[in-house]
Design a protein around this ligand. Sequence first.
Ligand code: NAD
Ligand code: TYD
Length: 357
Amino acid sequence: MLLVTGGAGFIGSNFVLDWLAEHDEPIVNLDSLTYAGNLRNLDSLAGDPRHQFVRGDIGDSRLVAGLLAGHPIRAVVHFAAESHVDRSIHGPEAFIQTNIVGTFRLLEATRAHWAALDAGGREAFRFVQVSTDEVYGSLTPDAAAFTETHRYEPNSPYSASKAAADHLVRSYHHTYGLPVLTTNCSNNYGPFHFPEKLIPLCILNALSGRPLPIYGDGRQVRDWLYVKDHCAAIRRVLAAGRPGETYNIGGWNEQANLDVVRTLCGILDEERPRADGHSYSEQIEFVKDRPGHDRRYAIDARKLERELGWRPAETFATGIRKTVRWYLDHQAWVADVTSGGYREWIETQYASSGSAP
Ligand code: NAD
Ligand code: TYD
């Protein structure tokens, strides 16, 4: 079976749901349920014996060692992290603790478990480090997209903490022989995306008549990938990736932030027109830029295509419409995640821009 960390978050919960839709191999899902973790994402698995949820911290070595000893774990798929760049700017400490120290402790527990397996078990074992394109830093407009050999140049506390974790993972392969695989993926979007991130934030702000906050000039470029394509890529890397290798995952879909938000507004204008007949794009508002804001990310995912035959199934046009419809159809989920602590964050981050509720 698999040990999945962070499986109540955005990508982790999509991965758990997709995995169990495709396989009968069970999952132990370890998640500490920070503000970003939400068991409602996994409601459809209620009563499913293939899914065992454990609330706990990846940095709790005794807990993790107990889970590894108590279950026939043949792979760890490591999603758990603090993941929001703006939060890392307000308070980097949690990013250091979870992304670096937590990953280190998870690696130590995994190494001890792996070393005690028989030769066949050690050979077949895998540790998948789910990482980000942000470790490569920022590209100029004309630069070639990131390949796996691009040097690490992280610019935010978030990306620096993920880079540190990636280096630790790499070292556990080179030093101890742990069969690790690292994936560096571009920006994801889709169901269960926590509405602190650009796409769900703008969908929800649009529907509730609030401003759509664009940092700086809105010409920063991200390479957007539908979350289920990311999950499929991880499944492929787990099944056939070469231990010690890294694989870039991306959507071949570079878009400026302003264009993404205009696209969202156009879809919402069709799917849920404003009562006054005006476009949601009238709610776009330029706000203070993010400090150290990376200008452009772009992923060259040819290695994954060449070696493992993966390509994204969704285009941005199909994926973003599905995503908007998902938010329109899941108002109870939205109401649940936008209560309490969420409102405090929005007030802190957008207070001076007038985008707070
Ligand atoms: P998320 O913030 O939505 O979810 C993170 C999950 O980890 C939450 O369920 C949270 O409760 C859990 N968690 C946090 N700290 C923990 C700890 N100490 N112990 C146990 N659980 C803990 O994040 P996401 O967007 O789903 O990202 C998942 C992973 O994918 C991260 O490692 C992130 O760096 C990486 N990634 C994300 C993107 C993206 O666009 N979101 C792109 C590339 C890579
Ligand atoms: P985000 O979803 O936070 O992902 P990341 O910073 O990991 O790329 O942001 C995506 C882009 O959108 C990024 O360039 C920052 C920008 N952005 C805004 O312009 N306004 C916002 O309110 C947010 C949250 C992000």
